[in-house]
Design a protein around this ligand. Sequence first.
Ligand code: DLZ
Length: 160
Amino acid sequence: MASALKNLSDYNSDNLPDISGKKFGLVVAEWNKEITDTLCHGAYDTLIKHGAKAENIHRNTVPGSFELTLGAQLLAQSYEIDAVIALGVVIKGETKHDDYICHAVAQGLTQVGLKFNKPVIFGLVTTNDEQQAWDRAGGKHGNKGVEAAVTAIQMVGLFS
Ligand code: DLZ
């Protein structure tokens, strides 16, 4: 039976929209800086590979992942920015700090996206140890920065 449902967007991760005129914000946490820099390079290279112009990619650095929300808001409130990608690494410690940070960031980024009605991508890597984080920053589980950028591009297509 033919479906009456129509796709609002034909874009998916194999068929991404033209982003040559689009502007992106990257907000990157400095905790676990070597790893977040690797995520950031992955995201940046992916945006460039898919046609974004270097001058249209803006980066904010924030101290820790908890600050990603405000850093994302600073970018999202600029009417020029089409999508924001938030990148951080939270590694589990002896206390429950990681839980608090991760929940706060997930809720905060959701709110920013809804408030400014634009894609705000959750690129927070949450792991039990540093090795697991590297595994997700160019290691055996890929680079979550690349995945976050592909998600941003796909969402920009939905909003175009
Ligand atoms: C305090 C803290 C701790 C213990 N661990 C992390 C972490 O693994 N990853 C991260 O991005 N940030 C961490 N932070 C810093 C907090 O995100 C935040 O910067 C401080 O609590 C100040 O608000």
